[in-house]
Design a protein around this ligand. Structure first.
Ligand code: DC
Length: 221
């Protein structure tokens, strides 16, 4: 297996910023596994299927094909990456991510994507389930306040409205569903390096992450 850096953590803990920066600085392929859960949720929304219609979801899943290029998702030739960040998807995605068949499909896709490439993969269960033998596992924590502030800023950058109370409610609910679900709950792998980013700037977090990757490269030979 090629080198895999797994980055897991709570919603808005800084996973994407860190993973993208590591990918760029260390020339690793970048996979945002959460965007695949969002893409399936988007397709279900378009079809009018709700997350509690398990049978309908399982019948529909084989029809879903991913077109993931340069960390963007395409559907019918259109880049839908921005649409995947809507509040409708924020609200529904954790429900969809509880479904075993959905997780199986995404795990298979992610493993296939990085089969021949050293990569950094971010998500919730990357170090525990998808790549339990990852060369480096990082788990990010941050206070709720810091995470709400970051998600608000991100939503503005993505061109979506950012109502503080809604963002707070959504982050709390998603953390709860993601952490308490039966299959692949969000927990740090026992061998993960835990970084609390509450008091760190992005540059400081990236510097720590890159240092860990360099050390890992050396060991990997
Ligand atoms: O990282 P994100 O906020 O875009 O992820 C969206 C949702 O997808 C998240 O609430 C839980 C789910 N998810 C998951 O269950 N497992 C992963 N590896 C990645 C995301």
């Amino acid at each position: 297996m090629t080198m895999i850096v797994a980055i897991d953590g709570l919603a808005a803990s800084g996973k994407s910023s860190l993973a993208q920066a590591i990918a760029k600085k260390c020339s690793l392929f970048y996979v945002d596994s959460g965007s695949f859960y969002r893409f399936i949720t988007y397709r279900l929304l378009c079809e009018g299927i709700s997350p509690d219609q398990h049978d309908a979801i399982c019948s529909f899943l084989p029809m879903v094909r991913f077109h993931y290029r340069t960390a963007r998702h395409f559907w019918k030739g259109r880049d839908v990456s921005e649409a995947l960040r809507s509040s409708a998807i924020d609200e529904l995605v954790s429900g969809v991510a509880r479904i075993g068949l959905v997780r199986k499909k995404i795990n298979r896709t992610v493993r296939h994507l990085v089969k021949h490439k050293p990569a950094v993969v971010e998500g919730r269960d990357i170090g525990t389930v998808v790549f339990p033998k990852a060369d480096l596992k990082i788990f990010l924590l941050a206070s709720e306040e810091a995470r709400i502030a970051r998600r608000n800023q991100q939503r503005q950058e993505w061109g979506h409205s950012a109502e503080r109370e809604c963002v707070k409610k959504n982050i709390r609910l998603r953390d709860q569903i993601d952490s308490e679900r039966e299959i692949a709950p969000l927990v740090p792998a026992t061998d993960a390096v835990i970084i609390d980013t509450s008091q760190l700037t992005l540059e400081e977090t990236v510097a720590r992450g890159c240092k860990l990757v360099q050390e890992c490269w050396k060991k990997h030979g």
